[in-house]
Design a protein around this ligand. Structure first.
Ligand code: 5AD
Ligand code: SF4
Length: 520
């Protein structure tokens, strides 16, 4: 279990100049710099209401953290705006999982220097996985950044912002999670949600796996599950606010609860150590008012029949499984330390399809893992064709410092070879997606309205239970969060088209609150 954080209080004394990493390897890094000018400080001291914008990079976990950062800033009386030009504070919630996120961040920070200089009192916050990884490097490369915080101290955003305003720039990174439910799980604090008919709910943070390519365990820490009672309470509260769809978030949801039962057992309880995800799906799925339950991401090595049964037997759990394959070759899967073979993956998929014949399957695949041969890649094509995916997120292998795969430099695959494989995989996946989508033409599907289609008058977008995007025509105006039926008229590789038929349920939430999301 993670230890309680050593208490680390930022006082407003300008004398703070602590660098705690070397002395306390498991504590926070705190680097404070000189006081801001008196003028800047007075402008920024709340005489006029200050505004903020949050820009999010990366996964849903990050988007959910952003909602919480926004909620914390709201609680401090700051006002959310959608344009940077209107904002006094910009928060960049960063991701480091792939690509040259580092270069992108420092490029963005370069532009933001001008933004900051053009109005007094402006502040820049860098949060998320990249700052967790880079620590003090962020401020050493971009001295104009006011606050750098990591993945374990999101709850400190407002305090650190205030510290930066009164004392000076600050970097605070915790090496591990704080053992306190209110700060451990993003959902446990008030959040400003982007839409109000659906919500993310964190059920677990961190990851105990050791996938050779993945930086997540080092920036998100050990796996810790949130108690089922807290999760269900939160879902009840969300439902009372008019939320009808929840997505349960974790890095490896199939192992949810194993740590909880282990702790109970170690405390002398008469319980079997086991994951509790299937039970959780059933409990969340039976909360009154919840019409759709989704989750991401499961791990094929830990996917068991009880989860498939819970999905099939809980009517609110959507017929969609995001099931990351990563590679089709058993040799590459072993090099990646994924813990399953392609056959085991396909067998479990077949089991899910037997239990839920209309289930949509999506996946993640990495092309060009170090040492991937043509023969290995052909297995990825074969397994993908057999899996008959509805859609695929395909990633080019990206070496992340600190991961095992990043050290396999002598086996790195040529970029031109990777580009060719990437295209060949796209052809296979788009073919299966198109056929699966065309097979839906003529059916009447339940959708939830996401919003109007800005490019086409009288058209809207919605999502089916399989999580498919549908563009459809409607004579009547429809509010986001409305449930209705759409007759499908056309299938394309990445979406469906249709005609609206009837309203099934009007939305009951009241407000829509924006959070800017800067894409993946
Ligand atoms: N390079 C490429 N893709 C990666 N992913 C994770 N780490 C890397 C990396 N180093 C992909 C995996 C994972 C998804 C979220 O991102 O496919 O499932
Ligand atoms: Fe990364 Fe593997 Fe954990 Fe997923 S299961 S977060 S890929 S280490």
């Amino acid at each position: 279990m993670p230890k309680m954080k050593p208490s680390l209080r930022l006082t407003k004394s300008p004398s703070i100049s602590t660098k705690a990493t070397s002395a306390q390897p498991h504590s926070a890094t705190l680097v404070a710099r000189p006081r801001v000018s008196a003028k800047e400080s007075s402008v920024a001291s709340g005489i006029v209401s200050r505004s903020y914008v949050v820009r999010t990079f990366g996964c849903q976990m990050n988007e959910h953290d952003s909602e919480r950062i926004a909620g914390l800033l709201d609680a401090e009386g700051l006002e959310a705006v959608s344009e940077e030009s209107d904002a006094d504070v910009i928060v960049l919630n960063t991701c480091c999982i792939r690509e040259n996120a580092d270069n992108k961040l420092y490029g963005t920070l370069g532009h933001l220097k001008t933004w900051k200089d053009s109005r007094e009192g402006r502040q820049i916050v860098v949060a998320g996985c990249l700052s967790q990884k880079d620590k003090d490097v962020v401020q050493s490369r971009a001295k104009w950044v006011d606050v750098v915080l990591g993945t374990h101290n999101v709850h400190r955003t407002a305090e650190l912002l205030e510290h930066a305003r009164t004392v000076g720039p600050v970097t605070e990174i915790y090496d591990e999670a704080v053992q306190d439910d209110h700060v451990l799980f993003p959902s446990a604090l008030p959040a400003r949600r982007e839409t109000t008919y659906n919500a993310w709910v964190t059920i677990q943070i961190g990851c105990d796996n050791t996938c050779a390519y993945c930086i997540v365990p080092s920036v998100r820490g050990k796996e810790i599950s949130r108690s089922s009672d807290d999760i269900v309470d939160e879902v009840r509260r969300l439902a009372s606010l008019g939320v009808t769809e929840v997505t349960l978030l974790g890095q490896n949801v199939n192992s949810y609860g194993r740590d909880l039962t282990l702790a109970e057992r170690q405390a002398g309880g008469d319980v079997r150590v086991r994951p509790l995800f299937a039970d959780l799906l059933r409990s969340v799925g039976s909360v009154p008012g919840i019409r759709r339950v989704r989750y991401t991401s499961p791990h094929p090595k830990d996917m068991k029949s009880d989860v498939i049964a819970a999905m099939a037997e809980t009517p609110t759990v959507c017929e969609h499984l995001h099931y990351p394959l990563q590679a089709g070759s058993d040799r590459v899967l072993a090099l990646m330390h994924r813990g399953y073979t392609a056959q085991k993956y396909l067998d479990r998929l077949a089991e899910a399809r037997r239990a839920m014949p209309d289930i949509a399957i999506t996946t993640d695949i990495i092309v060009g893992f170090p040492g991937e041969t043509e023969e290995d890649f052909v297995r990825t094509l074969e397994v993908s064709a057999e899996a008959d995916f509805d859609s695929t997120y395909t990633f080019i292998f990206s070496p992340r410092d600190g991961t095992e795969a990043a050290t396999m430099t002598e086996h790195f695959v040529e970029p031109s070879v990777i580009a060719d494989r990437f295209d060949r995989l796209r052809v296979v996946v788009e073919r299966s997606a198109l056929l699966r989508h065309e097979a839906r033409v003529g059916r009447t599907e339940e959708i939830v309205v996401e919003g109007p289609n800005r490019k086409r008058e009288g058209h809207f977008t919605g999502r089916t239970r399989q999580n498919k995007l549908v563009h459809f025509a409607s004579h009547e105006p429809l509010r986001p969060g409305t449930y209705g039926t759409v007759e499908i008229t056309r299938g394309a590789p990445h979406f469906l088209e249709g005609i609206f038929r009837e309203v099934l349920a009007e939305p009951s939430h009241r407000v829509r609150i924006p959070v800017a999301v800067a894409g993946h």
